[in-house]
Design a protein around this ligand. Structure first.
Ligand code: ADP
Ligand code: TRP
Length: 325
């Protein structure tokens, strides 16, 4: 089975990205042939500052590698290093019904808010379809918000195969990333860059502690018993702690006499112990930019070999000449 997914470099990764997506990507590399890419072409629909885009792209690669993505097991690359993807997008978009894209939420939501949408955002799902179909991907691990795009990919692939009477594309399936991993932010809502409530993955201990101390809690006095399940601090603590540790902290909540500051300190210690080693690895990798660039180049080379094969299949099917070399 071939697994593929992409992640947009539109800001620094946060705990939601890790527990909701990155952790699963890394787990899948053990048993599946996996392709992961940094979706910098997609990010162009929102990031319009070239230095920022370069920085976020590099940060994304460093973060993924520090967190355990192993370039010997998975293929890691930058989307824009594979020119075949934009060519395939054209082949696909020539038979994509407007009505299919009009239904897609990113574009629809923007219009509903009265904001001007550009053609890039409108056709964003077709670029995503090209990303997926270009590597004969079978499984696409994504968050629920992306499932619609995998459906669109299947629709486009089916239409292409039917139109040209050939099984050019493999139909991919979405694998929805665990719902239980909906991580809350410092204000108790879903953690998201767009809400400004994120906890970044690699903050240094002092900054991390300060951020955790800012988590919103209610005003139950220190002496009173507290409900751990109603508290964001405890919800976040569960991401890091084993069952015994969770039961211990829950008992302290229920017993009363513990302030939220203490729970936050426990969360800080657990999170710092969990991400500390990856933060160290990230420092080492960051000091060696050539290695990271080499990894991305080697990934692009492997990905391109597959991309050229599939693109040629598609070119031939629709009457263009297959490209040699
Ligand atoms: P953001 O909402 O911060 O812009 P993205 O949409 O770029 O994050 O997220 C990339 C992936 O990370 C998503 O597809 C989703 O799987 C995961 N993710 C993001 N935020 C969370 C969260 N709060 N809980 C669980 N998973 C999340
Ligand atoms: N659109 C996805 C997101 O915002 C990122 C992405 C781009 C992607 N191309 C993809 C995900 C292909 C899976 C497969 O999260």
């Amino acid at each position: 089975m071939k697994v593929l997914s992409g992640i947009q470099p539109t800001g620094r990764f946060h705990w939601g990205n890790y527990f909701g997506a990155i952790r699963q990507y890394i787990a899948l590399q053990e048993n599946e042939q996996s392709f992961y890419f940094i979706a910098d072409l997609h990010a162009l629909t929102t990031v319009r500052d070239p230095e920022a885009l370069r920085g976020f792209t590099r940060d994304a690669a460093l973060d993924l590698l520090a967190l355990g993505l192993d370039p010997n097991k998975a293929t890691l690359f930058r989307q824009s290093d594979i020119p075949e993807v934009t060519e395939l997008m054209w082949l696909l978009i020539t038979l994509t019904p407007m009505s299919l894209l009009e239904k897609c939420h990113a574009y629809k939501d923007k219009l509903a808010k009265g904001l001007p949408a550009d053609a890039g955002l409108f056709s964003y799902p077709v670029l995503m379809a090209a990303d997926i179909l270009l590597y004969d991907s079978n499984i696409v691990p994504v968050g629920v918000d992306q499932v619609q795009h995998i459906e669109v990919t299947r629709d486009i692939a089916t239409k292409f195969n039917l139109t040209y009477q050939r099984e050019v594309f493999v139909l991919p399936e979405a694998r929805v990333l665990s719902e239980t991993a909906k991580v809350v932010g410092v204000d108790g809502d879903k953690m998201s860059k767009s809400y400004g409530n994120t906890i970044e993955l690699f903050d240094e201990p002092k900054k991390l502690r300060k951020r955790l101390m800012s988590i919103k809690t209610d005003s139950t006095p220190v002496e009173a018993a507290k409900d751990p399940e109603a508290c964001s601090v405890f919800t976040l603590y569960k991401l890091f702690a084993n069952e015994t540790q969770q039961a211990e902290l829950a008992a302290r909540y229920r017993a009363g006499g513990m302030g939220y500051g203490e729970a936050k300190q426990a969360l800080f210690e657990a999170a710092d112990a969990f991400f500390g080693p990856a933060r160290e690895r990230r420092h080492q990798l960051a000091a060696d930019s050539k290695t990271v660039e080499d990894i991305l180049q080697a990934g692009a080379k492997r990905a391109r070999a597959k991309a050229q094969e599939v693109l040629n299949r598609a070119r031939e099917a629709c009457g263009l000449s297959a490209r040699v070399g």
